[in-house]
Design a protein around this ligand. Structure first.
Ligand code: TRP
Length: 389
């Protein structure tokens, strides 16, 4: 790499991956009601965990393409909404992304997570038990390790780690998931999962969770709303009807106001890109029943809208239905970008509805950084992100 180093992170043309995403995070912390001490700490944590990539100027292409986001920014934000409280801000990042290749990035990611967890007093033993399964010498697949932080007041986040079931090949993914569940004591969990097209992620909560979860993410292509509603295996019909209704609104198969028709995704950029699958996530917290205690449905809303104005309208409609205040979402979008929602698509990446036994349903909105690029709305040519500062 040549001379262009960080320079002033605020100077035009010298903005960096770490500078841009840290400023977005600072503003989002304000939306989520975190004080400035916590915000500063979390912004530094983000830059630290990104490692060398943080200093990379945004006018150079991403070091390696990442599956974490559409434009290859190694960071994605989300806001989780529950009744009666400010939304929780989370940040998903790829800690080893500059290391070059999956094997190295997996090792760098593990090291980064262990170091950070050590600082927070968070044990990583559950992750350590799975290392050989998810970090083979020659890994395959779309990722090695991602880490998500739930940014709680007080400066110590809750930590989630996402691993790749296909690390030893897609054909071994199911066995890898079964074995990982078994090692963590969830012997019956694998057989409780619904049929799917692919095992996408295996995730672990680390640290100070009331009920740490082990989560299995599955991909489902070409689902109908009724099929989506029938995916949950929690055994008590936890919100099946709500999940079905959620799917209809998020995917635009509903006549609610502000909701468009479900025929637009592919129209974006001429020949239709293949639509991303809907994802399900089953969360296991206890080993007695073998049943999952949580179920989440993720709809890649960006594949079902012409522009983020529509995605926002759907998110607002879904939050309204659950009696949740959508004002923080609008503020959050303004915190990450100065573009209008109508001027691109993909800022809102996913909408999710989560049911966890004993808790109120939660709506989560996934918000892209768009540090590198904004995908244009239907029919326009790609543009580089406006300097969103
Ligand atoms: N970018 C990937 C995707 O779109 C992975 C991903 C990032 C994802 N954030 C997510 C998947 C939130 C589900 C929910 O699939």
């Amino acid at each position: 790499m040549t001379a262009r180093r960080t320079g002033s992170p605020d100077g035009p043309g010298t903005d960096t991956v770490g500078g841009r995403t840290a400023r977005q995070l600072l503003r989002l912390c304000d939306v989520a009601g975190l004080d400035s001490a916590d915000a500063d700490l979390y912004a530094r944590t983000l830059t630290d965990m990104l490692g060398g990539v943080a200093a990379r100027p945004l006018d150079l292409p991403p070091v390696t393409p990442t599956f974490l986001s559409d434009d290859h920014t190694p960071v994605e934000f989300s806001l989780a909404f529950v009744p009666g409280a400010a939304p929780t801000l989370r940040v998903l990042l790829e800690p080893g992304c500059g290391a070059g290749g999956l094997a190295r990035s997996g090792r760098a990611g593990l090291r980064t997570v262990r170091e950070a967890a050590g600082r927070w007093g968070v044990p990583t033993d559950r992750l350590d038990e799975l290392e050989d399964l998810f970090f083979p010498a020659e890994p395959e697949g779309p990722l090695a390790l991602w880490c998500a932080l739930e940014l709680l007041p007080g400066g110590v986040p809750r930590v989630k780690v996402y691993l790749n079931p296909a690390a030893s090949g897609q054909r071994r993914a199911a066995d890898t998931v079964r074995e990982a569940l078994r090692r963590l004591g969830h012997r019956q969990a694998f057989d409780a999962l619904p049929p799917s097209d692919r095992h996408l992620f295996f995730a672990l909560d680390l640290g100070d969770w009331e009920e740490p979860r082990v989560k299995v993410y599955l991909a489902h292509h070409d689902l109908t709303a009724a099929q989506a509603g029938a995916l949950s295996r929690t055994g008590d019909d936890l919100g099946a009807a709500q999940t079905e209704a959620f799917f209809r609104v998020a995917a635009g198969q509903d006549d609610a106001p502000g909701v468009g028709h479900d025929d637009v995704a592919g129209a974006v950029d001429g020949p239709r890109p293949v639509r991303r699958p809907v994802q399900s996530c089953h969360a296991f917290t206890e080993t007695a029943t073998g049943l999952p205690s949580g179920f989440t449905l993720y709809v890649p809303v960006r594949d079902h809208v012409r522009h983020d104005g529509e995605a926002l309208a759907r998110a607002v409609a879904l939050l309204d239905r659950q009696g949740l205040d959508s004002a923080p979402l609008e503020r959050a979008l303004a915190a990450v970008t100065s573009r209008r929602p109508e001027d691109g698509v993909g800022l809102i990446a996913y909408l999710a509805l989560a049911h966890q036994r004993g808790r109120p349903p939660r709506v989560t909105t996934y918000i892209s950084s768009e540090a590198y690029q904004v995908r244009p709305p239907a029919g326009l040519l790609p543009a580089v992100a406006a300097n969103a500062g």
